[in-house]
Design a protein around this ligand. Sequence first.
Ligand code: NAD
Length: 284
Amino acid sequence: MAQLIDGKAVSKQIKEETAKEVLALREQGIVPGLAVVLVGEDPASKVYVSNKQKACKACHIESFGYVLPEDTKEEELLQLVETLNRDDKVNGILVQLPLPKHIDENKIINAISPKKDVDAFHPVNVGKIMIGDYDFLPCTPAGCMALIDSTGVDISGKRCVVIGRSNIVGKPMAMLLLHRNGTVTICHSKTKNLPEICRQADILVAAVGREKFVTADMVKEGAVVIDVGINRMENGKLCGDVDFDAVKEKCAAITPVPGGVGPMTIAMLMKNTVTAAKIQNSMK
Ligand code: NAD
């Protein structure tokens, strides 16, 4: 049976360290602040936003919530982002995705000041990640890296396979593994012989969005398996992209869903907000 990688415990530790750092900053008169913008009524987004605000409270970070109606015009949202860009109390800006269809997500992401872009989605930050000289890491891949590190595995020289090539997870995840000298393959919906490629992985990251997509026959004995997927099963319960019960018998370490990558994403957001506050106060 594999080691269970406890995302709750690792994220708790990161949040506690962040909280201490924030208290020290507050003593110097610096109060890190995060603006969280939600447009519309998407139930999952509402939960994410509420969890992010709770985490801010636990880390002593000031949170500024903006809940806008579904029919908010793109121009209105752009104006809000512009106001937040200029607001000194706001160090980080998070616009919860997905946005309603009539709003161009790229336009909104591009409007956020790269210095306040705590999701690291702005092209400037994406470019910085590409060249390995970054201030912020995208929260989910950064969380995955922390979980891999928590197992004690040395990434250098390892065969790493990332399933999924989204801008939010797959691509930056592959880049972070590459920066740590992994030998990285990205698989996607057009990949041929996907199970065979996955079987070569010492470190396998699944970010597909399909229930139990990774089966035991796709996993190498002794691999580290990181499951990013969040899928809702017919019975209403959450499950990942990995067939957890079967794969755990074969791999060395595995993240559960829930309780794996999910809590890490929020912890990394808190960390990025503190980094943003430091940058904006010329402390970094
Ligand atoms: P996405 O839909 O943007 O990307 C999915 C990727 O999977 C695509 O690149 C696609 O090429 C690949 N894919 C789809 N079908 C495939 C197939 N049959 N074979 C191989 N590859 C295939 O999704 P995303 O935003 O990257 O998210 C992926 C999953 O991770 C989702 O379940 C999402 O809910 C979850 N997620 C979790 C967190 C977290 O905090 N835990 C954060 C972000 C996303």
